[in-house]
Design a protein around this ligand. Structure first.
Ligand code: CA
Length: 510
C-alpha cells in the first residue's frame, strides 16, 4: 500500500473510532512509564523468577505487545517519539536535554486542546527541566522529578524531601557502602517512604484524585525513574531476591567486543568498561533491579486500585511501558544506546475494559504508534504531522482496517561515543559533533531479521529466529548479501517516506 493511501486509511480509522465514542464521553488516559525497563523483566512476558503480580494481572486485561520497539535507545529521543508520534530525525531531539523547539504539539497539548484535564507526575526529561516549562507544553498540573542530580534544583520531589525527611542531607541515591558479606551492597540509606519511587506513586494517586474530581476527561502521565540505575534499593526490597539465583548474561571478552562495529565497540568500552566485572556483584545488581520491579509493581498496583476506587477504571485507557530497556551486561555493557534487543524491545501494555481486546499481540508496533492510537481511541483526529500508525483497529476496532508493519526502525547518533558523556557539544552541519562526524546509526527490524547500519563503519545483521541472543553478526557474510540488500532497500524506502508530510505540499500545483 502506498503511504498516501495509508494516510487516508489512518484517517478513515480515526473517523470510524470517533463515531464509536459517544458524544461528550471521552475515555481518560493513564499513561504510566517506567525508565530503563527490560522486556523480559515482567512475569507476564515469560519471566518465572521476577514477582510482578499486579502488572501480570494488568497484562492479562491488556493488549500485550511482545514485539514493540523504541524509536531510539535513549531517553529523550525515545520519549519525544512517544509524545509527538514522530521519528527522532523528524522531531530532531537526538540526544538528552535538547530543548524541543519544533512546532508540532505533543500529546498533552492535543488532549488539552480537546478538553482534557492534563497532569504529569515524575520524570519528564524535558529541557529546560522545569515544571513551568512542562506546563507550557500542555500540562495543567506538573509535579516534577527527573531523577538525576543535575536537575535536582528543579525537582518537586527533592523540595518535598528536604522538608520531610530527617535524613535529607544524605543524597537520595546513597547506598549503604560497607555491608556484611552476603547482603545487598546496593541497599539504600534513604527510607522507602522518602524515595523518588514512593513519592511518584503517592503523588500520582493524589493528582489522579484531583483530576477525577473535574468534570472533564483526564490525561495523566505517571513516570517513574526506576528501575533505572544507579541501583539503590531500600528495605524491605533489598532482600526480596536474596536466595534467588537469577540467571546472568553470558560473559563476553574483549575478542567479542572488538568484532563489533567501531561505534558499538566504543559504546561498550567507554569510561570504565565493565564487561569483565565481578559476577557476584552483578548478581546483586540483578537482585536490586528485580526488587525495584516488585516495588514498582506495588506502586502501579496501588494506582490502578485508586482508579478502580474512583469509579473511573471502566472508562480509562491504561498504557504501561518504558522509554528503552537496559543491557544489564548483556553484550558487555550496562544501560542502553545500542540496538540490541535488551535496549530496543520494550514491554507495552494497553488496556481499556470492554473496548480493547486483551491478548498477546506479536505485531511489529513502534512507539510513534502510541500517540495516534490514543487519539483514535479517544475519538480524536490524528494530525498530519504524526508519522506513527494507530493500532486501535488492531486491538479495539475492525482488524481488517489495520495494515501490519513489515519492519520497525530505530535511530541513534551515539553521542557518548564522541563526547564520553560531556554534554557541552553541539551539532554543526557539515562538521558533526565536536568536529567529529558522528555515526548516525539506523536499525531496521523485521519479524526475523535485524540490521544495524553505521555510516562509514559497516553494520550488523542478526537472525532473530535462529540467534535471538544476537551473538553472530552476519552482515559481512556473502551468503546473506541478498538479505542485507533487501533490508537496505527497506531502510531507504523508510527514510524517503517517513517524513513525506514535511516534504510535500498538500495541494498539487497545476
Ligand atoms: Ca530513560
Amino acid at each position: 500500500m502506498s503511504s498516501i493511501t495509508r494516510r487516508a486509511f489512518v484517517q478513515a480509522g480515526a473517523a470510524s473510532a470517533a463515531a464509536q465514542v459517544p458524544a461528550g464521553i471521552r475515555p481518560n488516559v493513564l499513561f504510566i512509564m517506567l525508565d530503563q525497563w527490560r522486556f523480559d523483566c515482567l512475569g507476564a512476558n515469560g519471566n518465572g523468577i521476577i514477582r510482578t503480580p499486579n502488572l501480570d494481572s494488568l497484562a492479562s486485561r491488556s493488549a500485550n505487545f511482545t514485539q514493540a520497539c523504541v524509536q531510539a535507545p535513549v531517553c529523550v529521543p525515545s520519549r519525544l517519539s512517544f509524545f509527538t508520534g514522530r521519528y527522532p530525525h523528524s522531531h530532531k531531539n537526538r540526544v538528552n536535554y535538547t530543548p524541543y523547539q519544533q512546532p508540532e504539539p505533543m500529546v498533552q497539548r492535543l488532549l488539552q486542546d480537546a478538553g482534557y484535564a492534563t497532569g504529569s507526575v515524575g520524570k519528564l526529561h524535558f529541557n529546560p527541566p522545569t515544571a513551568e516549562h512542562a506546563r507550557s507544553t500542555g500540562f495543567d498540573r506538573v509535579l516534577l522529578d527527573d531523577g538525576i542530580r543535575r536537575t535536582d534544583q528543579y525537582s518537586d520531589y527533592v523540595r518535598w524531601r528536604n522538608g520531610a525527611d530527617p535524613n535529607a542531607d544524605v543524597h537520595y541515591q546513597t547506598t549503604a557502602g560497607d555491608v556484611p558479606a552476603g547482603t545487598n551492597p546496593f541497599r539504600a540509606v534513604v527510607a522507602k517512604e522518602y524515595t523518588p519511587t514512593a513519592w511518584t506513586g503517592r503523588e500520582t494517586r493524589n493528582v489522579l484524585r484531583s483530576l477525577v474530581s473535574s468534570d472533564r476527561p483526564f490525561f495523566l502521565f505517571s513516570s517513574y525513574f526506576k528501575p533505572h540505575s544507579p541501583h539503590t534499593i531500600p528495605e524491605p526490597y533489598d532482600t526480596l531476591y536474596n536466595d534467588v539465583e537469577i540467571p546472568l548474561p553470558k560473559a563476553v571478552g574483549l575478542d567479542y567486543i572488538q568484532r563489533l562495529p567501531l561505534p558499538v565497540q566504543k559504546m561498550v568500552l567507554r569510561g570504565t568498561p565493565r564487561y569483565n566485572m565481578d559476577r557476584q556483584r552483578l548478581l546483586w545488581m540483578y537482585r536490586s533491579y528485580y526488587g525495584d520491579m516488585t516495588w514498582l509493581d506495588e506502586e502501579v498496583g496501588a494506582t490502578l486500585e485508586e482508579l478502580e476506587r474512583t469509579g473511573q477504571a471502566e472508562n480509562t485507557i491504561v498504557i504501561l511501558t518504558t522509554d528503552h530497556g537496559d543491557q544489564m551486561l548483556d553484550h558487555g555493557l550496562f544501560g542502553k544506546n545500542v540496538f540490541f534487543e535488551d535496549s530496543v524491545r520494550i514491554p507495552l501494555l494497553v488496556s481499556w475494559p470492554g473496548r480493547i481486546r486483551p491478548g498477546v499481540y506479536s505485531d511489529l508496533v513502534e512507539t510513534v504508534d502510541v500517540l495516534p492510537s490514543i487519539l483514535e481511541l479517544c475519538g480524536l483526529t490524528v494530525p498530519d504531522h504524526v508519522q506513527g500508525r494507530s493500532f486501535a483497529p488492531l486491538v479495539a476496532g475492525e482488524r481488517s482496517l489495520y495494515e501490519p508493519r513489515k519492519a520497525q526502525f530505530s535511530e541513534n547518533i551515539m553521542p557518548e561515543v564522541i563526547t564520553n558523556g560531556d554534554e557541552g557539544y553541539f551539532f554543526t552541519p557539515g562538521k558533526g559533533v565536536g568536529g567529529v562526524r558522528h555515526p548516525d546509526a539506523k536499525m531496521i527490524r523485521t519479524h526475523r531479521w535485524k540490521m544495524n547500519y553505521y555510516v562509514g563503519h559497516g553494520g550488523e545483521l542478526y537472525d532473530l529466529e535462529d540467534d535471538p541472543g544476537e551473538s553472530t553478526n552476519l552482515f559481512d557474510d556473502p551468503s546473506y548479501g541478498g538479505i542485507v540488500r533487501d533490508l537496505k532497500a527497506q531502510l531507504l524506502d523508510w527514510l524517503i517516506t517517513a517524513d513525506e508530510n514535511d516534504q510535500i505540499a498538500r495541494q498539487w500545483m497545476i
